[in-house]
Design a protein around this ligand. Structure first.
Ligand SMILES: [Zn+2]
Length: 194
């Protein structure tokens, strides 16, 4: 994905339009799907990836073998990227969609403007309103993703509960201006076990 903090979700198949990335002799061909913040596929020959350093990465699965990867910062969440990805999963043949959250910045480390916080609380409820460890207004990104999965009609399953800013071992744009990124890779074993 060429991630743009939007809500566009693309459906990817091996024959689809993609831009090759330098593969440097690896056996796996790396390709870019285009400008989007969600990818959905039913093609078991593909693995989808999302890169983050504080934003939420979300893996989506289904019994039908349709799977997805989502990049969700607060702008994407406000734009409905999670719900759009779940809808794209259904349009591609998934019935019960399950989502799992990767490491992201937690409320304790996520100073957030009260105006934008009010907008997100209006959309997803007061559960998204958090407090930083210093007592300032914060966005609870995890709670926002959970609410968005529910809003989309998906079920949430356990992911990785770690704060990228303070847990150690993760890249954080906000805490350290890190230029590195976590990669979440999502693929399908063909279905049945979502
Ligand atoms: Zn933290």
């Amino acid at each position: 994905m060429d991630q743009v903090h939007g809500s566009i979700v693309l459906v990817s198949a091996a024959g689809g339009p993609r831009r090759p990335l330098p593969s440097e002799g690896r056996e796996v061909e790396a390709v870019q799907a285009g400008s989007c913040d969600g990818l959905v596929s039913a093609d078991p020959s593909l693995a989808l990836s999302v890169l983050t350093a504080d934003c939420a990465s979300i893996a989506l699965g289904s019994p039908e073998g349709v799977f997805g990867a989502v990049h969700a910062g607060w702008r994407g969440l406000a734009g409905g990227v999670v719900e759009a990805a779940v809808a794209a999963m259904r349009a591609t043949g998934a019935t019960g969609v399950v989502g799992a959250l990767g490491p992201c910045i937690h409320a304790g480390c996520y100073d957030f403007s009260e105006g934008d916080l009010g907008d997100l609380a209006g959309a997803y409820g007061q559960g998204v309103v958090g407090t930083t460890t210093a007592g300032r207004p914060a966005l609870d990104l995890r709670a926002t993703v959970s609410a968005a999965l529910v809003a989309g009609g998906a079920r949430e399953t356990a992911g990785i509960d770690a704060c990228t800013a303070c847990a150690g071992g993760y890249f954080s744009h906000r805490a350290r201006r890190d230029t590195g990124r976590q990669a979440m890779i999502v693929w399908s074993d063909g279905g049945a076990e979502a």
